[in-house]
Unconditional design. Sequence first.
Length: 468
Amino acid sequence: MSLLVVGLSHRSAPVSVLERATLSPDSQGKLLQDAVAAEPAAEAAVLATCNRIELYADVDKFHAGVAELSTLLAQHSGVGLDELTPHLYVHYEDRAVHHLFSVACGLDSMVVGEGQILGQIKDALATSQDLHTAGRLLNDLFQQSLRVGKRAHSETGIDRAGQSLVTFGLQQLAAGDAVDAWAKGKRALVIGAGSMSALAAATLARAGVAEVTIANRTLERAERLAAILSEPGGTGVSARAVPIGATAKELTRADIAVSCTGAAGLVLTARDVTVAAEARAAAGGRRPLALLDLAMPRDVDAAAHHVEGVRLVDIESLADASADAPMAADVDQVRGIVSDEVAAFGAAQRAAHITPTVVALRTMAADLVAGEIARLDGRLPELDAKQRAEITQTVKRVVDKLLHAPTVRIKQLAAEPGGAGYADALRTLFDLDPEAVASVSRADLNDADAPRVTGVPNVTNGKNRGRA
């Protein structure tokens, strides 16, 4: 079996495609179940964020796997296969591992170095664990990607190479001014109460806004976030909650609005934005109404870019701006970490692949020893218990010494690139029963179910690399 990832992101697809190719939590669950039900895949996990949708699978056939995963992505994302295919990328085996580790470190993010992706990877793993679609390979892979991402952030200055989308978006709105100076004393409206919205609200509060209003479909969640922001142990900012239906009205009194909801349609129309801008101008507002749309699909009508008195920054404009962002020297160090970790992960997986064969060999040897001792008992019944024990230990030591060097060496060889064939060679040389090896693998997997992940900061094989 081999690791395969098929996906699309802000690097491969325009925003117009990305905002339609979205997966709700229910759709993600159905996609995972359909993936493992398909013939080529034994395990599956999906990483879905506002900027990417990636389906990871352990497959036994490359071409069939690419075709099946691409079809499933099209079916569940709502974008036709013919339209989706030109924007898909495919990574295979070591290059698939390299891709996820790079994603975890923030190297593939719209804003290089942002750390929110680690939480999204953790969520993706938890979902696949809940649905029992992640087996040993994907559990190991995603757990290790979290460790690699944490290592990159703790050992390098990758955080200096970029910021979260919230911070980067606010910097774009500030247009060269320091965010703290630009935001100080302003009234902020945050639409949505999810993790990204909570981050936006906290960032604005720390930047010195005078008040934060939270609008959300579930008023309880908005009230909870407002309470956290305003309590003395929090940011201490004046915060209040309003129902989502009051969004347009609240926009008329806001200086800054940040929106990140899961709505299928627009939350703010061009008309809503125009009315708010006119109200702001009538009240003597001199600076433009600042809108930051972090949702995918978009919350704010793109036509708002053309409304007088409004400055809108959305995912598309952030992508354009981040392309020109300076890269820190630490990025090279992180790339080195990723390369080292990919090599280590591959070696560990290859070594683990031969372990069931070695165990089956040692089991066969133990059975042979037991059989010979039983035959000896029949031929020499006069042996006392002490003599029998000494003979048994002697035979076992001889067998262990004969097997020790070859099994240690074959594990070393199997861990090297191209070492997958050593397991087959061992089975052939010792005429091992394939079912015996398979039973060891099944028992090993059942005995070592991956632990639940807790906390966050642990066709690309050259010839197969390219678009689907």
